[in-house]
Design a protein around this ligand. Sequence first.
Ligand SMILES: Cc1cc2nc3c(=O)[nH]c(=O)nc-3n(C[C@H](O)[C@H](O)[C@H](O)COP(=O)(O)OP(=O)(O)OC[C@H]3O[C@@H](n4cnc5c(N)ncnc54)[C@H](O)[C@@H]3O)c2cc1C
Length: 348
Amino acid sequence: MTEMFDVTIIGGGPAGLYSAFYSGLRGMKTKLIESQRKLGGKVLLYPEKMIWDVGGQPPVPGHTFVKQLVDQALTFEPTVCLDTKVEYVEKTADKHFLITTNHGEIHETKSIILAVGGGIIHPKRLDCPGAEKFEGETLHYTVPSLKLFYQKTVVVSGGGNGAIDWAVELLDIAKHVIVVYRQGDFPAHEAQVELLRKRNATILLNSTIETLIPHNHRNKIKQVVVKNVVSEETNVIDTDHLIVSHGFDREDSLQFASSIRLRKKDEYFYEASPTCSTSEPGIFAAGDIINYDGKVYLLVGAFQDAVNAVNSAKQYIDPLAEKITMVSSHNEKFREKNKQLLETELKL
Ligand SMILES: Cc1cc2nc3c(=O)[nH]c(=O)nc-3n(C[C@H](O)[C@H](O)[C@H](O)COP(=O)(O)OP(=O)(O)OC[C@H]3O[C@@H](n4cnc5c(N)ncnc54)[C@H](O)[C@@H]3O)c2cc1C
C-alpha cells in the first residue's frame, strides 16, 4: 500500500498553493499534485503583469508573486508531485480516496481539495500556416519579459482583457503598438480601451492576421499580412514582435468513479458551499473551479476558498478538530523567521 495522506490537493495554482500552506498550519499531512513542471497555475501566464489587487501586498509582477506563493506553500514541507496529471479518483469502502495519475501511480488520501482552476490550460495558437516556427523568438503567447519590446514595433492580436492589458502596458515601452482584432469593437474593459485610443496606438478592427512573413532564412517575423474581413482589403505591416492573446484551450482530464457524486453548476464549475464542501463528502474545492453565490474569481477569492476548504477537510478527517482556527503567528515553523525579523526591527 502507498503512504496515506490527510489531504491531497490537486492543482498547484494560487488556490492549491495557499491550501498547502494552510493545511500545514493545521497540522495535516499534505500532498500537492500539479500537472505542469512548475507551480503557479495561471499566474505563470502573466509573469510580467503587475498584480495590484491583493490586500496588503505591494504591487508585484506575476513571477515575483508566484515565487512568494511557492515559498509560503513549502513552509510545512508538503510532498509535491510535479509533471503529474490526476486522471481518476475513486472512493474506498473506508471513505478514503485513491487517486490515479497519468504515470499509473496510485496516491492514497483521507480527503481531497480540488484546486484545478480552469483545468490544464494552453493558450490558443494563431491560426496561421507555419506560425509555430516563430514561437518564443518573435511570436509570443505569454510575455516573458517586457524588456524584449523596448523601442520595438509590436502587433497585439486579440480584443479581450488579456490582449488590451498587454497593449496598454506596452504603450510606455514599445516604439509603436498595433492592435488587430477580428470584431468591430473590443469586449475588454472600457477604461483600458479608452487609454489605448487616447495614446495613439494603431487599432485595426474587423481584422485578422492572415500570413506571417519572415526575415530571409530566419525564424523571425518581419511583417504580418492583415486582412479586413469586411472590405476584404489586405495590409502588410512591418513589425518586430507579435503577441497573440486569443484565450485558452482547456484540457479536462479528471474523471471520477461513478460512485462519486460531484454535482456541477454547469459544464464547467463544481457546485460548492461557501465553506467549500462539494456534494461528495471528503472532497472539497477551492479557486476558479467552484461556484457558489458571491464567489470571487480573483486571487483573494482563491485564498479565502483555500482556508475554508482546508478547515472543512480537517473537520472531515477529525470531527473533533476546531471548526476554525485563529491566525497563528507563533507556529514552531515560524520561530526562526520571527527571530530574524525581530532582530532586524530592533536594529532599526
Ligand atoms: C491574464 C490573467 C490575468 C489575471 N490577473 C489577475 C490579477 O491581476 N489579480 C487577480 O486577483 N487575479 C487575476 N487573474 C485571475 C487569477 O489568476 C485566478 O483567479 C487564479 O489563478 C485562480 O487560481 P486557481 O488555483 O483556482 O486556478 P489556476 O491558477 O488555474 O491553477 C490550477 C492549477 O491546476 C492544475 N491542474 C488542472 N488540472 C489538473 C489535473 N488533472 N492534475 C493536476 N493538476 C491539474 C493546472 O495545471 C494549474 O496549475 C488573472 C487571470 C488571467 C488569466
